[in-house]
Every structure is written in structure tokens, then in C-alpha cells.
Design a protein around this ligand. Structure first.
Ligand SMILES: Cc1cc2nc3c(=O)[nH]c(=O)nc-3n(C[C@H](O)[C@H](O)[C@H](O)COP(=O)(O)OP(=O)(O)OC[C@H]3O[C@@H](n4cnc5c(N)ncnc54)[C@H](O)[C@@H]3O)c2cc1C
Length: 379
């Protein structure tokens, strides 16, 4: 059913900048609620950057609300446990009290969202870059074209031009550690005996700080996150320096040999963005544009999806777009703020290395159910 503007009598329109997880979620959720939605992606194709991704109960519930969950569950994996190793010895195995979680390749998640957006009739424009927006509901494209809408969604990532053109007050900083993210073949047989269906978070502090987050995505694909301080030239070099990684993690040699063949690998540090506000007039910022966070709790995309989905809910309450956006930020932001703070703290102190660190506070965002708007699942 069309979603009509009370004053003009026309179907409400949204222009969304950015075709990542946040922008696609916002576009689908608004479209499901009867909005006309156009999504602008600056790249020439819709494609997910990165390797694998963890989604928790909160993000999985969003997918259910978007009608994309079944597609995502096929071809993704829930490990029996999240295991932590220190110097190659197991220190903990966590199962989160049965709280749902899932690992998948980024392209798998992205493809499911793109196909849902297309099926619902979201108007997707590629090679279309937003360069500015204003609180009155106008967005300027790189071509010079100015588009107008009832709502502008800035989902254009950590370097958001929509955000920066409006001038939100912001703090931004970058971590000292970083990660090389890769997808390699599973190679379970070559790895020999072991619980290789688990996530295994393998930490080493000596003789160098190096960590591998071993994350099976499905029967065939394995997501490896190779973490090293930015100050370590060998640990952070790409393509990966096979010798330093095999020396520390010899049992993963078959997978590391495959990883070393990937010439397009990238070493990324973690960026954090904290804004005074996520909204200005008819403009809402979602995802990394609003709250990029360290990935320790693997919640950047999960929170982005919850917030983008919740936006469409709060725009249904009958007040003006401007008031609805203020109410939305007030309702939903505290969960993200707490998650961002704890994730940053965990990353700075490398806390996950201790094991058993998925405490009730660490799982707060994951326990939120955006469809019922309550926390579910026992602590
Ligand atoms: C190492 C690492 C591991 C992570 N692991 C996890 C995890 O396991 N689970 C999790 O939930 N989160 C994780 N995250 C966080 C997650 O990746 C991000 O929070 C999430 O991808 C943000 O999505 P987004 O749509 O806001 O931004 P992006 O993914 O950056 O998407 C922005 C999109 O907008 C486009 N764009 C940019 N500028 C413009 C413009 N001006 N106009 C039009 N289009 C534009 C870009 O091309 C891109 O397609 C991780 C992050 C890092 C760094």
C-alpha cells in the first residue's frame, strides 16, 4: 500500500545514499512500508567489500523482517561454539545460551539484500554518487542533479559525504591494530583432527602479537581474519607474509598457503565515528556514516541494520518526518552507543583474548529484537 504524505497527498519518497548493508536495509524496509525509494550507489556495481561477516540474533531478526532470512540461512553457518585459544591452547568455548548467530560471506548477505530490494521495486542507481544533502530534503549528486524527497538517508559509509556536507559535530579515530580479511577454501580434511566447524579465535602475544579469527562460512568457504598491530610491518603486509603466519599458526598452513595467493588482500585498521546527532531535519544517517565501530563484538553491520530497520518503523507513527527522526534516534541509539563503547574498549585492550568475554553487556545489542522492540533471550 502506498505511504502518503499528509499534506501533498503524494506517496512519500526517500532517497538513499549508499548500497551497503545499512542503505539496502533502509531501502527495503521503507519500500515494504509503501515508500517510493531510490538508492544511489557510487560504485559501478552493487558489491560487498570485505570477506566474511558475523550476524547475531538482532541482525537475523532484521533479515526476517525484510523477508530475506531464508535466502541468507541457505549457504551460511552457525558454529557449534565460539572457541578462544591462547598460544594454541583452548581457554574457553562459548555458546551464548542458545542465542542465534551466523557466519556468512559478505557477498552472500549482500546478494540476498540486493535481490530482495529489486524484487520489491527499489529503484537502484549505480555510478551515482551523493556529494551533499541539506536538512530540507535535498540531495546533490556528483552529476550536479539535485533530487528532493520527504526523507534523505545517508548510508554512505565511514567517509560519508552526506554527513560531512551537513556538518555534524564528530569525533573520529583509528585503532592501532588492524586485520587482513580473506575467504579461502575450507580444507577441513587437510587440517586433520580438530573441531574445525567452530569459530576459533586464536591469540598469540609472544614472540609477536598475532591473532587469527578462524570462521567457517559454509561447507566450502572459510573466513580468515589475520590481526596484527599496524606497527608490525610483516604481520600487516599484503599479500600475507606466509612465513610469519605459518610460524605462529602451523596447523593452519594449508589455508594460509591459499591466503598468500590472494593478491588483492587489504590490511584495514578499525575506524570509530561518534556524532553529536544522527539526524538533521529530513536527513537521517545510518550505519558506519553514523557510528562506525571496532569489530570486537562483530556488531557494526548488525546495529546498522537494526537502526535502518527501526527508522522505517518510527516513520510510521504519524508525526512529521523531522519529529519521527528525533524520536527514532532517542529510542534506538543508546544500544548502539553502549555497543560501540564496549567494542572499542575490547579492541583497545585485546580483551577477547581472555576468553568467556561475551558477557551480558557484550551481548546486549545481539539480544535486542527489533521486530518486537524488546530484548529477548535470557542473559
Ligand atoms: C575488520 C572488520 C570486521 C567487521 N566484522 C563485522 C561483523 O562480523 N559483523 C558486523 O555486524 N559488522 C562487522 N563489521 C562492521 C561492518 O562491516 C560495517 O559496520 C558495515 O559494513 C557498515 O555498513 P554500511 O552500509 O554502513 O557501510 P559500507 O559497508 O561502507 O557501505 C557504504 C556504501 O555506500 C557507498 N558509497 C560511499 N559513498 C557514497 C556516496 N557518496 N554516494 C553513494 N554511495 C556511496 C559505498 O560504495 C558502499 O557501497 C566489521 C568491520 C571491520 C572493519
Amino acid at each position: 500500500m502506498a505511504n502518503v504524505n499528509r499534506f501533498s497527498g503524494k506517496t512519500r519518497r526517500a532517497e538513499v545514499a549508499g548500497g551497503g548493508f545499512a542503505g539496502l536495509t533502509a531501502a527495503i524496509a521503507l519500500r515494504q512500508n509503501g515508500w517510493d525509494v531510490r538508492l544511489h550507489e557510487k560504485s559501478s556495481e552493487l558489491r560487498a567489500f570485505g570477506a566474511g561477516i558475523y550476524l547475531w540474533h538482532n541482525g537475523l531478526r532484521v533479515l526476517e523482517g525484510l523477508g530475506a532470512l531464508d535466502d541468507v540461512l541457505k549457504g551460511s553457518h552457525t558454529p557449534p561454539a565460539y572457541e578462544t585459544w591462547m598460544h594454541n591452547k583452548s581457554v574457553s568455548k562459548e555458546t551464548f545460551n542458545g542465542l542465534p548467530w551466523r557466519i556468512m560471506t559478505r557477498s552472500h548477505l549482500h546478494d540476498a539484500l540486493v535481490s530482495r530490494a529489486r524484487a520489491l521495486g527499489v529503484d537502484i542507481r549505480v555510478s551515482s554518487e551523493a556529494v551533499a544533502a541539506d536538512p530540507e530534503g535535498r540531495m546533490t549528486l556528483q552529476t550536479g542533479e539535485v533530487v528532493e524527497a520527504d526523507l534523505i538517508v545517508g548510508a554512505d559509509g565511514v567517509g560519508s559525504k552526506v554527513r560531512d556536507s551537513i556538518g555534524f559535530k564528530q569525533d573520529r579515530w583509528v585503532s592501532k591494530d588492524g586485520l587482513i580479511r580473506l575467504i579461502v577454501p575450507r580444507m577441513k580434511k587437510q587440517l586433520g583432527h580438530g573441531e574445525w566447524d567452530n569459530t576459533i579465535d586464536m591469540w598469540n602475544f609472544w614472540p609477536r602479537v598475532q591473532r587469527i579469527l578462524y570462521s567457517p562460512c559454509n561447507e566450502n568457504e572459510l573466513y580468515l581474519g589475520l590481526m596484527a598491530p599496524a606497527a608490525d610491518p610483516r604481520g600487516s603486509s599484503v599479500p600475507i607474509d606466509l612465513e610469519v603466519w605459518v610460524e605462529m599458526f602451523p596447523f593452519l598452513e594449508p589455508c594460509l598457503i591459499e591466503a598468500a595467493k590472494l593478491k588483492t588482500a587489504r590490511y584495514d585498521k578499525y575506524e570509530t565515528t561518534k556524532l553529536d546527532s544522527w539526524t538533521r531535519g529530513k536527513v537521517a544517517l545510518v550505519g558506519d556514516a553514523a557510528h562506525a565501530m571496532c569489530p570486537a563484538l562483530a556488531q557494526g553491520a548488525g546495529c546498522a541494520m537494526v537502526n535502518a530497520f527501526s527508522l522505517s518503523q518510527d516513520l510510521e507513527v504519524g508525526s512529521s518526518v523531522e519529529d519521527a527522526l528525533v524520536g527514532w534516534e532517542k529510542r534506538i541509539r543508546p544500544i548502539t552507543d553502549r555497543c560501540q563503547a564496549l567494542s572499542g574498549d575490547y579492541a583497545a585492550n585485546r580483551s577477547l583474548s581472555k576468553g568467556n568475554m561475551f558477557t551480558p553487556a557484550a551481548l546486549e545489542a545481539a539480544r535486542f529484537d527489533p521486530l518486537r522492540r524488546v530484548y529477548s533471550w535470557p542473559q
